[in-house]
Structures are given as structure tokens and as C-alpha cells.
Design a protein around this ligand. Structure first.
Ligand code: KG4
Ligand code: ZN
Length: 348
């Protein structure tokens, strides 16, 4: 089934064409340079930019896939979680298109989309047959959660952050160090050259007997460390790199301790590791080692563009969920749900 998918949940205007789980096109128009000077995403600026770009992004996705509008058999759009004004742009656009093309419209949970990005087929890569039950490890700018997925359409959160998400912690540390936004890539790049043993930071939630996470305490510990290092003048490049390395080490250690616990508590065949932070190669290596020790396979999004927000993952999620029995929504009934949880997307 040829699906046109759209995601405008945050600061990327994205449209894609998929045929089942095969990605035919995936256009992502980033707004990052506009939000950068504010140190984070400004919702109404995001809305205005989505409105300006959505028509051309959708047309480009259709033409890059070598399709015409007549080839489109269904529409899929993110309805949450995300920024309300931003989500609205994609929803309104797809509602109008559904009426025009008279094809079914599916509302897709953005976090199910991130999980589905691990199952997307791009180029020659094919996905193993035995994926489920799977454990989803969602690490993005807004979410950090472990999700048990017995099969597509059933999503159970078994652990989640009590405050900040992992990507958000990276962004805040980058901001405190004056590195810029978004911070994940910048911090992880500097961490490669830093000494992770020069400073000591506490591993969050190390002793909590659950699979939950928490990153706000670590963020404050980094703030105190920066303050104490700054008493003797501005931070040297070496000190900044060492702080990045220490932060990355303990932030990831916390996630990995809880990942091991989740794997002990839940029998799964595979790990689906997704979200912006899944682009982190150091994290990928550590997750691969744990997966090997537990005898489970591990799937990451096949391309960097599938890690960050994109519409291909929404199209692939729609394909998988439609195959599992998801029903289209009555066009006028589709509404944004900014705080949508992944378990609210369960339908079987
Ligand atoms: O999934 P995503 O694109 O957007 C949300 O839905 O939140 O994730 C963005 C997050 C940002 O916080 C960004 O700093 C982080 O992913 N990120 C990284 C890396 N690349 C992006 N964090 C750590 N290491 C990276 N290489
Ligand atoms: Zn996302």
C-alpha cells in the first residue's frame, strides 16, 4: 500500500512516501537554524514555518518517490505527542488532502513512529522476521522510555523518565557549556576527546528497583561542576571536553543499567532502539554488547535521517499498524494530543 505520511510534531517539517515498510522518499525540512538563537524550539515560530513549508515538502516527497497523487492509497499523520501548534499544521493539511483524494486517514503516535523507524526498509537492508516480542528503547529530546511490544498494536511502558529525557539532558548540558543547540551531537563529539575519569558525577537512579530514569539531578550536578570549575576563570577547551565525556558516560550508564534490568524482567527477542539519541555511536556500541550478552538481536534505524524526527517512520508505523488491524479515523474526528503516551496508541 502506498502511503503519504507527514510529521510536524516539533521543528522538522517532513513528508514521506512508503510502500509497506519500504521507504520511497523521506523529505525533512529542518527549522533548527531558526530556533537556535532561542536555545530551544519556539512553538508558534515552528507553526509558522511548518505552514510555509508543508505544501512544497509534500510535493517534493511525492515527486522524489516517482509517484503522482493518484498513486496514494492512504494518508498517515502524527497526532501526538508534540507541540500543539506544530502538530495542528500537519493534521489540518492531511485532513484537507484526505477529503480531496478520498483516501483513508490514519492518526499515528509519534513514538510508535520512532519504534517503527527500526523496521523501515531502506536500500538493500531487510528486517529479520523474528522481532516480537520486542523491547523498545526510546531516547529522544522529549522522551526516554522502555516499551514492551508483544506485537504491533500493543505498547506497554515498563520504565520511563521521571523528569528530563536523555536528549533533553544532552541539550541542557550543551547550553550550560555554551556549545549551542541541539546539543546531543555537539556534546557527544567533544566527549570523544575528553577524559571521562577526571570528574565524578553520580549515576542517576542506579539503585532504584525499577526501570525508571531521571536526568534532572545529573543536569544540576553538571551545573554545580561547571560553577566550581569556573571559579578559577572561564572553562578551558580541555575542561569542557572532560565534562562532556563524564556526563555522557554516566548518563548512558544509567540508561544501560535500566536496560539490563528491563531485559532481566521481560523476555524479548529483540531491542528496537530509536529516537534522536539512537544516533549516538558510543551508545550503539554499548547497547550491542548488552544485547549480545542477553542473546537478543538489536535494531537501530537504518539511516541517520531515520533517527531524528521524520515522516518515513510515520508511514512505516502506519503500514505495520494497518497490517495489524488498525482502522482509519473519521477525518473530522482527528485531533492533536500533545501529551499522547505510547500506551494510548495500543489498539489490539
Ligand atoms: O527524536 P528527536 O529528533 O526529536 C524528538 O522527538 O525529541 O531527538 C532529538 C534529540 C535532541 O535532544 C538531540 O540533542 C539528541 O536527540 N541527539 C543526540 C545525538 N543526536 C541527536 N544525543 C546524543 N548523541 C547524538 N549523537
Ligand atoms: Zn521524535
Amino acid at each position: 500500500m502506498i502511503i503519504l505520511a507527514v510529521d510536524t510534531s516539533c521543528d522538522e517539517t517532513s513528508a514521506a512516501i512508503v510502500d509497506g515498510v519500504r521507504v520511497l522518499s523521506n523529505v525533512v525540512s529542518s527549522q533548527v537554524r531558526y530556533h537556535k538563537k532561542f536555545g530551544g524550539v519556539v512553538p508558534f515560530l515552528a507553526q509558522r514555518l511548518h505552514k510555509e513549508r508543508i505544501d512544497s515538502v509534500v510535493e517534493l516527497a511525492i515527486s522524489r518517490a516517482g509517484c503522482t497523487r493518484r498513486d496514494i492509497q492512504a494518508l498517515a499523520v502524527t497526532y501526538g505527542p508534540g507541540l500543539a501548534p506544530a502538530l495542528q499544521v500537519g493534521i489540518s493539511h492531511m485532513q484537507a488532502l484526505a477529503a480531496e483524494l478520498t483516501v483513508p486517514l490514519y492518526g499515528i503516535n509519534h513514538m510508535v513512529g520512532h519504534l517503527a523507524s527500526c523496521l523501515a526498509q531502506v536500500g538493500k537492508r531487510s528486517v529479520p522476521v523474528e522481532v516480537f516480542p520486542a523491547l523498545g528503547v526510546l531516547v529522544s529530546g522529549g522522551h526516554s522510555e522502555f516499551v514492551v511490544i508483544p506485537k504491533i498494536g500493543q505498547y506497554h511502558i515498563v520504565g520511563e523518565t521521571l523528569d528530563d529525557a536523555l536528549g533533553e539532558a544532552y541539550d541542557k548540558v550543551a547550553k550550560m557549556l555554551g556549545l549551542g543547540y541541539p546539543g546531543g551531537k555537539l556534546v557527544s563529539h567533544l566527549a570523544k576527546t575528553g577524559n571521562k575519569d577526571r570528574f565524578t558525577l553520580p549515576i542517576p537512579m542506579r539503585y532504584s528497583k525499577d526501570c525508571n530514569l531521571s536526568y534532572s539531578g545529573l543536569k544540576n550536578a553538571v551545573r554545580l561542576l561547571i560553577d566550581s570549575e569556573q571559579t578559577s576563570g572561564s572553562l578551558s577547551a580541555t575542561t569542557i571536553a572532560d565534562i562532556c565525556a563524564t556526563f555522557e558516560e554516566v548518563a548512558q550508564a544509567s540508561l544501560l543499567i535500566k536496560l539490563e534490568r528491563a531485559l532481566r524482567e521481560h523476555e524479548v527477542k529483540s531491542l528496537l532502539v530509536a529516537g534522536g539519541v539512537a544516533a549516538n555511536t558510543v551508545l550503539r556500541g554499548k547497547v550491542r554488547r548488552i544485547a549480545k550478552a542477553f542473546g537478543v538481536s538489536v535494531l537501530f534505524p537504518a539511516a541517520p535521517r531515520l533517527c531524528g524526527d521524520n515522516a518515513a517512520m510515520i508511514g512505516v508505523a502506519a503500514s505495520l499498524e494497518i497490517a495489524a488491524g488498525k482502522q482509519p479515523i473519521e477525518v473530522d474526528m482527528l485531533d492533536r494530543v500533545p501529551g499522547l503516551r505510547i500506551d494510548e496508541g495500543s489498539f489490539v
